[in-house]
Design a protein. Structure first.
Length: 178
């Protein structure tokens, strides 16, 4: 989890004098950001201004059909890789435990949320379900599905134009309602 106080953190180098300051926000890849926000809410702690999911892993179970549909399309994820890491992280705990898999958590009262996911990643189906559950819980949530991309394509922003645009899209979300 990365805590941001300004968008300056999103753009390394360059002149950032025109970028507005933000309220604190949580940016997270995988599921730790949502888990932390759910736990903070349950403990009565202050909520961040926003939650951003970058190719989030919201269900540590691997039953979603997109594991099969996207097999071989995403160089970074697969059912086998997800199962390997989930088994070690869960250490016998159910994948349906809400703090392990935010897809099964009570999502009411979470801050506005922006999620980006690729159409070629195994987590796509679970992320779409998460977005629907956020909306059903009354959360101001947006979902951006990127065509012909793979899990966490953002990491390649220095050389991949789509990565650069995805990071810019996050910055726009964070500054739009700040």
């Amino acid at each position: 989890m990365i805590r941001l106080s300004t968008t300056r953190n999103l753009r390394p180098g360059g002149d950032h004098s025109s970028i507005p300051a933000l309220s604190p926000a949580t940016v997270s890849s995988h599921r730790r950001g949502c888990e932390s926000v759910v736990r903070a809410r349950d403990e009565g702690l202050p909520a961040p201004a926003a939650l951003v999911g970058i190719s989030p892993w919201v269900n540590l179970g691997t039953e979603c059909e997109t594991y099969d549909r996207c097999a071989g399309l995403d160089p970074l994820t697969s059912r086998g890789i997800a199962a390997y890491f989930a088994e070690r992280y869960l250490a016998g705990t159910s994948a349906r435990e809400p703090l392990a898999s935010p897809l099964f958590a009570d999502l009411a009262g979470l801050p506005r949320t922006f999620i980006q996911v690729a159409d070629r990643e195994c987590f796509l189906g679970d992320v779409v379900d998460m977005h629907q559950r956020l909306l059903a819980a009354g959360v101001d949530a947006e979902l951006s599905v990127w065509k012909e991309m793979f899990h966490v394509w953002h990491l390649y922003w220095p050389t991949l134009p789509e990565g650069k645009r995805a990071v810019a899209e996050i910055a726009c979300f964070l500054t739009a309602k700040a």
